[in-house]
Design a protein around this ligand. Structure first.
Ligand code: ATP
Ligand code: MG
Length: 338
């Protein structure tokens, strides 16, 4: 069986581990919206079971789940064209993850850089769930026979592990049941960097609010954060090559390109020679222009949590219609008596 025998299906998700950031929007949600259409079936998930791999206050988790869903909807994820739900409503995710815990090897998990980053120097005290996270993520994707996974650069290693798990399962059980998933990491903003430190990525769970743009930030806050963003004193160069060793400058150019549906080359061509006093306000105006309609719509949606819950419940039903037969077949392949 070749990959072409699988229905082209996109799967991707975001954890409700904090408010949505510009990194989540440009690296993930905006690109998901572009993939909705005839070429793919699209399945998008608020991955709440991943969020609890680090401590989440229960009330915050519920609110955060609705906020991520509202962000996806406000950005253009259309629940009549995509399946949109939260992970814990489809119990098959956790069940397939257990099977994959028994397929994946400890050595594979030990190579995952996200665990090292998130567990930090105190890995002994990290939850077992944080360590096993990549196996649940493989289950999320493969439960839908996901063929394409649009993610930011930081998730590349996890999608590669998903392929390793699929390949080992297929090999061990002598089947061609799970597809070889393709990571889709494209565009100018696959790794939006922290505004205070150009060597770290922007994250919703990062320490300082000044290091990220939140989707719900108002215009003044967005302008202030870009104004205070760390840069070097040099003006913008004539070509992109001139940004090679200037990560903070490169980041702001990439963000500008992604927000304006342009390319970093074109942005440099337009702003070559400009100082930060010119470029940063232009970037802030552009960001406010693009984000304000989304945050306004997010607030409107969040005023009616029951409607968000209804959308997620409907989505979960559609998700289960795809997932349940795939899990049942997996159990049969493994030899679990039904
Ligand atoms: P956390 O800090 O809790 O890990 P996060 O901001 O990294 O939060 P995730 O839920 O882990 O968000 O990731 C959701 C999606 O957003 C993934 O596809 C991920 O690759 C993408 N993403 C996250 N941060 C960035 C970023 N800085 N640039 C581009 N894409 C990003
Ligand atoms: Mg993350």
């Amino acid at each position: 069986m070749t990959d072409t025998q699988f229905t082209p299906r996109v799967f991707s998700g975001i954890k409700p581990s904090g408010g949505l950031t510009l990194g989540n929007y440009l690296g993930a949600i905006k690109r998901w919206c572009d993939m909705q259409g005839p070429a793919f079936e699209t399945v998008f998930c608020v991955v709440d079971l991943h969020a609890i791999t680090v401590w989440q206050d229960p009330a915050d988790l519920r609110a955060g789940t609705r906020e991520i869903a509202a962000g996806m909807l406000a950005s253009g994820i259309d629940p009549t064209r995509s399946v949109l739900f939260n992970q814990s409503q489809v119990h098959e995710h956790a069940e397939l993850a257990w099977i994959f815990n028994c397929v994946a090897r400890v050595g594979w998990m030990n190579r995952m850089t996200q665990f090292k980053d998130k567990a930090g120097s105190n890995a002994e005290k990290a939850s077992l769930g944080l360590y096993a996270y990549p196996s649940l993520m493989a289950a999320d994707i493969l439960l839908y026979h996901g063929t394409h996974v649009p993610v930011g650069e930081d998730q590349k290693q996890h999608v590669e592990l998903t392929r390793d798990i699929a390949a080992k399962f297929n090999h061990d059980y002598k089947v061609d049941f799970f597809p070889m998933t393709e990571p889709v990491i494209e565009g100018p903003a696959t790794r939006v960097m922290n505004l205070r430190d150009g060597t770290k990525k922007m994250s919703k769970s990062g320490e300082s609010d000044m290091e990220r743009i939140n989707m719900l930030d108002d215009a003044d806050t967005i302008a202030k954060k870009f104004k205070k963003a760390r840069t070097d004193p040099a003006p913008l160069p004539e070509t992109l090559d001139g940004l090679k060793d200037r990560p903070e400058a490169r980041n702001l150019v990439d963000i500008f390109a992604a927000l304006s549906d342009s390319t970093p080359d074109k942005v440099i061509a337009e702003y070559s020679g400009a100082g930060w006093g010119q470029f940063k306000p232009a970037l802030a105006d552009l960001a406010v222009d693009k984000l304000a309609p989304i945050s306004t719509e997010m607030r409107r949606l969040l005023d009616d949590p029951a409607e968000i819950d209804r959308i997620l419940r409907d989505g979960a039903e559609k998700a289960r219609a795809i997932a349940a037969p795939i899990l049942a077949k997996t159990y049969e392949i493994v030899g679990l008596l039904r």
